[in-house]
Write a protein that binds this ligand. Sequence first.
Ligand SMILES: Nc1ncnc2c1ncn2[C@@H]1O[C@H](COP(=O)(O)OP(=O)(O)OP(=O)(O)O)[C@@H](O)[C@H]1O
Ligand code: SF4
Ligand SMILES: [Mg+2]
Length: 328
Amino acid sequence: MSLLDVQDLAVSLPLSLGLSGAFKPKTARRLEIFSDISFAVAAGETLGLVGESGSGKTTLARALLGLTPTQAGRITFDGRLRATQADFAQMRRTSAMMFQDAVASLSPRMTVGALLAEPLIIHGQAPRDLAAKVADMLHLVGLTADFAARYPHELSGGQARRVGVARALALNPKLVIADEPTAGLDVSVQGEILNLMRDLKTRLGLSYLIISHNLAMIRHVSDRIAVMYLGRLVEIGPTRAVFAQPLHPYAQSLIAAEPLPDPRKRRADLAISGEIPSLLHRPKGCVFQSRCPQAQALCRSDAPVLRALGPNRLVRCHFADPARLQED
Ligand SMILES: Nc1ncnc2c1ncn2[C@@H]1O[C@H](COP(=O)(O)OP(=O)(O)OP(=O)(O)O)[C@@H](O)[C@H]1O
Ligand code: SF4
Ligand SMILES: [Mg+2]
């Protein structure tokens, strides 16, 4: 059974929250951020979620933990349906989020020690010897106990990430949602953080949902990959198989654009053109039709559904060809 199972999830926000002035509507119109999102994460699995900026990845992560309200769908975690605020509060004891901006997500006026103690105190799980527990948490992520006295602005990017990892692990979660865990870090520090996360996954039996723009990183760490475009999941499958043979035109473009050791091997015919449309102007029919090199008339009128094209592959495209699929 899956640790996390998501069915038909949708989030829309009141338009007035995101817009001001002349755009402020008189009626409570809503902007759909994403809809029809279905996927699962198995125990011990790492699922990588990729997609261009603005595709809805962070909003999805927040919705999974009950931090953003949903308008439709079901979230089942650890065998229980999560619907009420109480369900999500309970869920946040066994799942945790590493936020997109490591330093900004740490309150600047709290010491590292107070930041690490906070989740334990909030969830009523603070042990009598809190300082010793904080020292253990720092040790777990490769930092010495004296870091407890420092403030976030005194940390390097890599150290702030380590504190973010320690904070996420405070309540011994089963699932960690990591939003851009290596963004803004030097390549060598990125490697250190990924190694730490991998090591902790094995030692603690964690599952991860890792969100990133960094395709090479996602390829390296994920068992399966989910590709998101403008609020829709467009392809899901085993990482190796999807990278070897992406079936959705957007996944094809994304993977073709990945820097290769030999740039002559890059597929120019698959290069994606133009900007991602604004959510206010989400294309009718298929959301990718305004940029898809393979679009046809049907794509402009009818939205494709996410359909199984093999035992492990789901693709949202009218014309993706299952006959081409050679899963491994
Ligand atoms: N509170 C809000 N009000 C209005 N719009 C919002 C709000 N939060 C997010 N959005 C919009 O929702 C869309 C998705 O945002 P989100 O941050 O989830 O994308 P993302 O995929 O995480 O992007 P990035 O890769 O840049 O982190 C964006 O267009 C954003 O402007
Ligand atoms: S449904 Fe049409 S526009 Fe959408 S990805 Fe497939 S071919 Fe392209
Ligand atoms: Mg984001």
